[in-house]
Design a protein around this ligand. Structure first.
Ligand code: ARG
Length: 646
């Protein structure tokens, strides 16, 4: 028996009594091999079209997924059938009463206002769903065909998305914004990959600009080869902090002058200003000595980052950065802007007046600075052109804090202004809110590794309190690390991206409530079920794929288990929705619903210690194993590494 071809899938359905195979699946955006709910949708559309005498495509499109289980497995907002005549409420009542009461897949519905809620017939659920999940395993929830967007021409080829994320600044603190970018960007990459896209992950380092000139000046004064060798990132941070402290009075003076409307040229032409600008000028001119120093710092930093990211299972395809943007591309950008008549000289610098050029509200941006050096904006715009040449991307996503919303609107608008509205249409800023009080609550965090070390340590503390369990964990350090990272990540992904949230180390490391440790605990517990029943995962799966009728026993007798199965059937629809809104919380919320449902099953549906016989035990074990697979898939999609024991 197989659920991996359309024919055998419909045979399986015929086997449970769903006789006619609706032919609509050939013409509609239906993905029965990826989404079990689509199979039900097909059958339901068939029934509805016959009852209402409407087009089956219209019926199929009208079917929706309700928000909660009590509202059904699928639902039909009756007005969407666009039937003439009676009021929708009455039409709904009529549809309900004429709905067949012996359909093998659906229960007879009861109208709820204008909604016709459809509940699945619980009986065939395990037999249809569990083999389906066992055969897909890690790919359950991946929608390779759905992701490619165009059901009319599925063979168009894979699409390519660039996801740019993390993007810390060299010699500066890895702050909460970079942490969130890393978490959200990794999720978005996983999600696109799981939907069949080619994904290019880029880390766009802040490795260029005047602050780098300042770091070099600091290095000349405070640099120590010894300390650089010992703790490179910390030392660079330290050097930067010290020189920045010396620089601050000059900066304040300049700001004060500017606020008074005075010219700042004089102030900025001497002291550290002059040294900083001169060094950055040398970098922009490609001076060998300046470049060698810059390259050393950059290489050291990347090396450290790579190993920290690796601990979190994150790899980048490219460590690019502001420094990597070519001067020739920058020239091209400026030439195009000039040709379009939107580039103006202003007091020695070059600007775009967005307000004047059809982008009201975006103000005036300096594109090339007074000292002739490039700006953040200019480099970003040029980087888009280079990436388009190199990757011919269909889409590019920037995972960057909402503090740069305005900035990215300018970047994207500049693409349109220089004559590439097609590029503007392909780029997207995926933003997120702030984390409040992380540094103050965790103490002196400056690097990504600091943050992770501290949460792992906190987690280890909690684990040690349960001495019995702790003794059974094989590699407590590794588990504490995985669970600690989950704690931080789950807290981060709990709300909508745009929300700010306060960092709360005590809450996130708790095993109670909707936390990362709780999720890990649920996975470990499910994992222990097969272990305690002495069942082998692969054997169990292949036995049940061959003998799905063995699943008919028992589990549907309990509403808790039926509801669990109903939730499990939704997972691929949940991932498809996440692809639209790019909200990790959409997946996480689902996983918590699943785990809550599970915890209400454990007491009533026991695997070990059940005395109803071996078949019952196998069916129950299969139910939990299916749920575990869904939980694992969801966790991996979010970038969490599920632990087997804790
Ligand atoms: N390095 C920047 C920062 O720390 C983030 C870079 C965002 N990406 C970009 N293409 N501008 O603020």
């Amino acid at each position: 028996m197989s659920t991996v071809t359309i024919e055998s899938l419909y045979q399986l359905f015929a086997g449970v009594g769903a006789s006619s195979i609706p032919s609509v699946h050939e013409t509609l955006p239906v993905y029965p091999l990826s989404r079990p709910l689509d199979i039900y949708r097909v059958y339901l559309a068939d029934v509805l079209a016959k009852l209402a005498g409407c087009d089956v495509t219209l019926a199929y499109d009208a079917i929706q997924l309700p928000n909660t289980l009590p509202h059904g497995d699928l639902t039909l907002p009756v007005p969407r059938l666009r039937l003439k005549g009676k009021k929708p409420d009455d039409q709904c009542i009529e549809l309900a009463s004429s709905f067949p009461d012996d359909h093998p897949l659906f229960q007879k519905p009861t109208a709820r206002g204008i909604y016709l809620p459809i509940f699945f017939n619980p009986l065939p659920l395990p037999q249809l769903l569990l083999p389906y999940i066992f055969q897909r395993q890690g790919s359950y929830g991946r929608n390779l065909d759905v992701g490619l967007c165009d059901p009319a021409s599925p063979n168009l080829g894979r699409k390519k998305v660039i996801v740019e994320f993390s993007s810390p600044n060299i010699a500066k603190e890895f702050h909460a914004g970079h942490l969130r970018s890393t978490i959200i960007g990794a999720f978005i990459s996983n999600l696109y990959e799981s939907m069949g896209w080619d994904v290019v992950k880029i880390n766009y380092l802040g490795d260029w600009g005047k602050q780098f000139g300042l770091l070099a000046v600091g290095w000349q004064r405070f640099g120590s080869e010894e300390e650089l060798a010992r703790e490179p990132l910390k030392h660079l941070l330290d050097v930067y902090a010290r020189i920045n402290a010396l620089f601050k009075p000059e900066q304040d003076a300049s700001r004060e002058a500017r606020d008074k409307g005075l010219d700042t040229t004089e102030i900025e032409s001497k002291g550290l200003y002059a040294e900083r600008n001169a060094f950055f000028r040398r970098m922009e001119d490609g001076d060998a000595e300046a470049m060698a120093l810059w390259k050393r710092f950059r290489d050291i930093s990347i090396e450290r980052y790579v190993s920290t990211y690796a601990h979190r299972n994150i790899g980048f395809d490219e460590y690019s950065g502001e420094s990597q943007v070519q001067a020739t591309t920058v020239e091209t950008v400026e030439k195009l802007l000039q040709e379009k008549g939107v580039y103006e000289e202003d007091n020695g610098s070059w600007i775009i007046n967005f307000d004047k050029n059809g982008a009201k509200g975006l103000g005036v941006a300096v594109v090339r600075g007074r000292t002739g050096t490039t700006t953040y904006l200019l480099r970003d715009v040029a980087a888009v052109l280079e990436r388009e040449k190199k990757y011919a991307f269909d889409k590019m996503i920037y995972a960057v804090s909402t503090e740069q919303d305005f900035y990215f609107r300018r970047v994207f608008k500049t693409l349109a202004l220089l004559g590439r509205p097609d590029l503007e249409a392909r780029v997207q800023h995926v933003n997120f809110g702030r984390v409040m009080g992380m540094s103050s609550r965790l103490g002196n965090v400056k690097l990504l590794s600091d943050i992770l070390d501290q949460t792992s340590e906190a987690m280890h503390e909690v684990m040690r309190r349960n001495t019995v369990k702790y003794a059974q964990v094989e590699d407590p350090d590794a588990v504490a690390e995985a669970v600690g990272i989950s704690a931080v990540m789950v807290q981060d992904m709990s709300g909508k991206r745009i929300n700010n949230y306060p960092f709360d180390i005590t809450r996130v490391t708790s095993f109670e409530g909707d936390t990362g440790p709780y999720l890990q605990y649920c996975h470990a517990r499910l994992n222990s079920i097969l272990r305690k029943a002495e069942l082998d995962r692969a054997e169990l799966a292949s036995y049940l794929v061959e003998n799905p009728e063995a699943l008919d026993v028992d589990v549907t007798a309990k509403q808790h288990c039926v509801d669990l199965l109903r939730l499990m059937a939704q997972y691929p629809d949940v991932t498809a929705t996440a692809l639209k809104n790019l909200e990790p919380s959409a997946i996480l919320t689902y996983l918590f619903r699943l785990t809550h449902q599970l915890s209400s099953c454990y007491d009533v549906v026991k695997v070990v210690g059940a005395n109803e016989g071996r078949d019952v035990m196998l069916a129950r074990a299969a139910l939990y194993e299916g749920a575990r697979q869904v939980l694992e898939n969801g966790m991996r999609l979010l970038g969490l590494s599920p632990v087997d024991r804790m």
